[in-house]
Write a protein that binds this ligand. Structure first.
Ligand code: PBG
Length: 313
């Protein structure tokens, strides 16, 4: 005797009845790269169909996206001038104010890091604890501008502790910290570094981002961030880290977010574009993240996925 499985797969209608994983528009968080100036919408060479937007143009783009069902964005600022001063009061704060004024219901998450602001492109200023103090001030400035959630991506030790304390002291107890708790020193960030003008001038980020050979350490990083006050947990990158996503999902009762990073986007995008894979590869990829345990997904495919979901009835 053996078991029969094929009856579950006979037609799309039947497969649908047995399907365990679905995507919803609310699953997606769209990363946006904001630059200074007016009337700027420039495709990022390393990231097709992803743009540098000035604030006026991003508002127009968001009009369209929200109509498609977008509920959440993650903002990155690219300043004209480098310098910590710009991180404390610059393009991100202006963008948050403008976006929240026009779309109060849109969830605005800000990436908190110094790498687009330091001359050498590193995420710190040398000293870990001094960097944490600056990051806390940066996070506070984002929240004062109207950010709903702050997302530190720097991987300094103790930054969630410093950010959470700073927000609490200033009366922003309700603002969640969505920490990039397990962020690996990955080769999948290449295209992003063009987008955010943050390639390290010398060296790499291996002395502060995680070693990709390690699994248990991710759990330790995640629990530490939760102890320090994080309310949502990002695992980054996502695709080569499905084991980590599942480990974390099984161990914590907080939202787990996968960051489908620039190199993953580019790889999938090009495979489809070149005709090496059917367009359905995109859906398969994003479903794999959800199946692994992601509650939500940060992905450059958000516009595509929203459109696809809008076509289905
Ligand atoms: C900044 C930051 C990076 C990404 C998000 N925030 C780059 C890095 O750490 O080198 C990567 C995002 C992507 O590749 O899509 N610390």
């Amino acid at each position: 005797m053996y078991k029969r499985f094929h009856y579950k797969r006979e037609s799309e209608e039947i497969r649908l009845k047995h399907r365990q994983t679905f995507l919803y528009k609310e699953d997606f968080i769209l990363p946006l790269f904001i630059v200074e100036g007016d009337d700027v919408k420039t495709e990022i060479p390393s990231m097709p169909e992803v743009y540098h937007f000035s604030i006026d143009r991003v508002l127009l783009y968001l009009d369209k996206m929200i109509e498609l069902g977008l509920t959440s964005v993650l903002l990155f600022g690219i300043p004209d001038k480098k310098g910590i001063k710009e991180a404390l009061d610059g393009i991100v704060q202006k963008a948050v104010k403008a976006i929240k004024a026009k779309f109060p219901g849109l969830e605005v998450i800000t990436d908190v890091c110094l790498c687009s602001y330091t001359e050498n492109g590193h995420c710190h200023i040398g000293d870990n604890d001094e960097t944490c103090k600056i990051l806390a001030d940066v996070a506070l400035s984002h929240v004062k501008a109207g950010a709903d959630i702050v997302a530190p991506s720097d991987m300094m030790d103790g930054r969630v502790y410093h950010i959470k304390n700073k927000l609490d002291e200033n009366g922003y107890n309700d603002i969640p910290v969505m920490s990039y708790a397990a962020k690996y020193a990955s080769n999948f960030y290449g295209p992003f570094r063009d987008a955010a003008d943050c390639a390290p001038e010398t060296g790499d980020r291996k002395s502060y981002q995680m070693d990709y050979c390690n699994r248990d350490e991710a759990i330790e990083e995640v629990f530490e961030d939760i102890v320090e006050g994080a309310k949502q947990i990002i695992i980054k990158p996502a695709l080569s880290y499905l084991d980590i996503i599942r480990d974390v999902k099984d161990k914590i009762d907080l939202p787990v977010i996968g960051y489908n990073v620039s190199g993953e986007y580019k790889m999938i995008y090009e495979s489809v574009k070149q005709g090496w894979a059917s367009e359905d590869l995109i859906n398969e990829t994003i479903i794999s993240l959800k199946r692994a345990g992601c509650d939500r997904i940060i992905t450059y495919f958000t516009p595509y996925l929203l459109e696809k979901l809008s076509e289905q009835v």
